[in-house]
Design a protein around this ligand. Structure first.
Ligand SMILES: Cc1cc2nc3c(=O)[nH]c(=O)nc-3n(C[C@H](O)[C@H](O)[C@H](O)COP(=O)(O)O)c2cc1C
Length: 391
């Protein structure tokens, strides 16, 4: 059994480690040497093969705990937390997580180097394994704050932000980005949104050069342009076409820069194909709506590793069954409810466990409606497990 077992304890502050060099005098990034310090003190290189995307309102700590059950190697990301919220808001609540979620990266939103540096330091104190800067979100709110995808047009500012974050923490600092942006309020952008010419590619390369020189350890590229204007975030995740070819070209032109591919990945085959040239794949919506895909990818990678080196000692991967996932979550819910958490805050993330299978609808109804009953407790999740097993 190699899946992460629940252990007691939560992430919490630990003393910050600082790098010895200053902005403007940075040594080249030594990716092998930059490791994450886990809450219990040991250092571990981050495995970026497979990660789950930061998703606002979705990848909260309960969701991340659930997803951890699918693979011990997944790199999980928090929802975006703005630097100003960390500095001025309820920091304890914003940064709280369970130690079982490790490895987990904190995604920050913002465009002020000092704020980002200070927030990154809090992230390091809390024991996160990586600090990520959001340069890909096109929501209205984020555009008003002039961060997220707007930053794709401000490579020098992003470089200052990354450099300040790198100086503040002894952790990998990464950037989540798009392949470019387009400014328009029009919806009939067919031709413009399809186009990606050499000038666009040069701009993308300039961005990468800037963040790499500033010390970024890895870029995660959502392989679409973002349309800045009044498009909804949902349209911005669907309408601009996916351009894996552009991300691949970027990786070929910057072979020493770790590049993770994001956008539209749904299957094991797509993920393995991308891993032929990319340093990792990041799944968002599919991981949330059909988390089983994460176990399928893990099993395929495990099998590939065994075929590559049959003599290497290994513990065969045994995925948890649906019932075991739910039993694990029932135990978790019990612990969380004792601390005052509401059951629906946990059960809402479990709906995708059974999808396209007999009984899926009844299972989802039981969990979503049942959890709202005032007397509902963790046993509801166990009842859902019985239903899932019987289906
Ligand atoms: C509900 C939702 C919330 C999201 N919130 C964030 C966020 O906080 N930060 C971010 O960088 N991207 C965010 N994204 C974008 C995802 O991280 C990812 O880039 C996008 O969904 C494309 O990947 P996919 O096709 O695998 O879903 C969000 C996406 C969704 C669906």
């Amino acid at each position: 059994m190699i899946l992460v077992e629940p252990t007691a304890g939560t992430g919490g502050p630990r003393p910050a480690a600082r790098r010895a060099f200053t902005i403007g005098k940075m040594p080249p990034v030594d990716h092998a040497a930059k490791t994450s310090v886990m809450t219990d003190g040991y250092r571990e290189a981050i495995n970026r093969n497979v990660s789950v995307a930061p998703m606002l309102d979705w990848t909260d700590r309960h969701c991340r705990y659930f997803l951890r059950g699918f693979s011990p190697d997944l790199l999980l990301y928090t929802e975006m937390v703005t630097a100003s919220a960390i500095l001025r808001g309820d920091r304890e609540k914003l940064l709280e997580y369970s130690s079982e979620e490790h490895p987990v990266a904190l995604q920050l939103g913002g465009c002020e180097p000092d704020y980002l540096a200070a927030s990154a330091r809090y992230g390091a104190e809390w024991g996160y394994g990586e600090i990520n800067l959001n340069c890909g979100c096109p929501s209205d709110k984020v555009q008003k704050g002039a961060f997220g995808a707007c930053l794709m047009n401000e490579p020098d500012l992003v470089a200052d932000c990354v450099a300040a974050m790198c100086e503040a923490v002894d952790l990998p600092v990464t950037v989540k980005m798009r392949i470019g942006t387009l400014r328009s309020n029009r919806r009939d952008l067919d031709e413009a949104v399809q186009r990606f010419d050499e000038a666009d590619y040069d701009k993308l390369c300039d961005f990468l050069v800037a963040v790499r020189a500033a010390g970024a350890d890895c870029v995660i590229v959502h392989a679409r342009r973002a349309v800045l204007g009044n498009w909804s975030p949902a349209d911005n995740r669907e309408i601009p076409p996916l351009r894996y070819d552009i991300v691949r070209r970027l990786k070929e032109d910057f072979p020493d820069m770790p590049v993770v591919l994001n956008g539209g990945l749904k299957t094991v085959a797509q993920s393995l194909e991308a891993l032929d040239w990319a340093d990792g794949v990041m799944l968002g919506r599919e991981a949330y709506h059909r988390p089983m895909v994460l176990g399928e990818i893990y099993a395929a990678l495990d099998e590939a590793a065994a075929a590559f080196d049959p003599a290497a000692p290994r513990v065969p991967y045994r995925p948890l069954t649906v019932a075991e996932h739910l039993e694990r979550m029932a135990e978790y819910a019990e612990r969380e409810m004792i601390k005052g958490e509401r059951l629906p805050a946990i059960t809402r993330h479990l709906l995708g466990l059974l999808s396209h299978t007999p009984g899926a609808r009844e299972y989802r109804r039981m969990l979503s409606e049942g959890a709202r009953e005032p007397t509902a407790g963790p046993e509801l999740i166990l009842r859902a497990a019985e239903l899932a097993t019987a289906a």
